[in-house]
Design a protein around this ligand. Structure first.
Ligand code: PEP
Ligand code: MN
Length: 355
């Protein structure tokens, strides 16, 4: 299904990269909302985010202040002239947020992963003229993400955008949610008119990653950024490790290098030719590696050995991982590459052994 889109057209906001949405993970108190928003407005931020209803992984966490927080967002609109944005997860949230005049709605990652919830949300949005930003689902499933967009769009919402907030994984050593940049890049290729916001706060999960992740989003040509900012981050009731003060946010935005990504210069063409050559060499080398693997498969068949020899596999992963890190690549990337290569080798050997 083709999406029927209109530009986001946010009143008073120039569609200049990056469009910044900032504010606390959660609205906690009227004082915290007003203090944070006032500081952000002083730094030129024009769109204020705050979660009113919070999806929490476990019961017992702070689940948001609920509808009592909506008048606080109205004060932000009236007294500071900012637009407001909040997360909706149920038709009841949609109704309350629309009644209160919230300017932008976003759908959270956990909700987007559930088609029933998305359809209910879409039905409750029918007839409303409000921009909706759809976060990626927690799992790395581009079709599910697009499906969510189709449901909302099918209900007549044409001012749509997406927020790339990374994908859940068991391994949270570096990122809270893995960026898997190829997924938003593929989404851009498939639906070029859809504005993409980066959410470095939820990808990184820590303050020091906000700047590099924001830069990366800009380098990939994303349209905007959603960044969690709190007047007293250490005291935040949710996501305290990843929130930054409006001062720090201003500093980070000031340092961002925003390049105009659409121009293709001659030197860029030359660099792309080099990339093509590298890719060709990689394919030739992989093919050679697979031929050797098949030879090994023959040997194993003749000597009645099993295909997978775990000791050898661990040695390859460890050694290549360390080598890759020395060459400036991430250990995680090396692991993914060599696991994939090993899987294909095993497939080739099983093929030979069964011949
Ligand atoms: C949020 O934006 O505070 C939030 C809960 O995000 P996500 O749905 O990406 O976890
Ligand atoms: Mn949050």
């Amino acid at each position: 299904m083709e999406l029927e889109l209109q530009p986001l057209k946010l009143p008073g906001i120039e569609p200049k990269r990056p469009v910044v949405i900032a504010g606390p993970c959660s609205a906690e108190t009227e004082e915290q909302v007003m203090e944070t928003a006032t500081q952000l407005a002083k730094k030129g931020i024009k769109i204020f985010r705050a979660g009113i209803w919070k999806p929490r992984t476990k019961p017992g966490g702070f689940e948001g202040v609920g509808t009592v927080g909506l008048p606080w967002l109205q004060r932000v609109q009236k007294e500071l002239g900012m637009l407001t944005a909040t997360e909706v997860a149920t038709p009841r949230h949609v109704e309350a947020a629309l009644d209160a005049g919230v300017d932008i709605l976003w759908v959270g990652a956990r909700t987007v992963a559930n088609p029933f919830a998305m359809q209910e949300l879409a039905d409750s949005l029918r007839g409303a003229d409000v921009p909706v930003l759809v976060k990626n689902p927690v799992n790395p499933d581009l079709e599910l993400w697009i499906g969510g967009l189709e449901r909302i769009n099918g209900a007549g919402i044409k001012r749509l955008g997406v927020i790339h907030r990374g994908f859940s994984s068991y391994d949270k050593r570096l990122y809270r949610n893995l960026p898997m940049w190829h997924i938003p890049i593929e989404l851009r290729r498939r639906i070029p008119a859809l504005p993409i916001f980066g959410d470095p706060s939820h990808i990184g999960g820590k303050r020091e990653l906000i700047a590099p992740l924001s830069q990366q989003a800009m380098d990939l040509g994303f349209d905007g950024l959603v960044i969690e900012s709190h007047c007293r981050p250490d005291d935040a009731w949710s996501d305290s490790f990843q929130q930054i003060t409006p001062d720090v946010l201003d500093f980070i935005l000031d340092k961002l290098v925003v390049r105009n990504g659409v121009q293709s210069t001659e030197s860029l063409e030359a660099l792309r030719r080099q990339i093509d050559e590298c890719d060709n060499s990689i394919i030739e080398l992989l093919a050679k590696r697979m031929r050797v693997s098949r030879e090994i498969g023959l040997y194993k068949r003749e000597h009645d050995m099993t295909v997978v020899q775990t000791g050898r596999y661990t040695e390859i992963l460890d050694k290549r991982g360390a080598q890759g890190v020395l060459c400036g690549m991430s250990g995680e990337f090396m692991k993914v590459i060599f696991e994939a290569i090993h899987e294909e080798s095993v497939r080739q050997q099983i093929d030979i052994m069964n011949k």
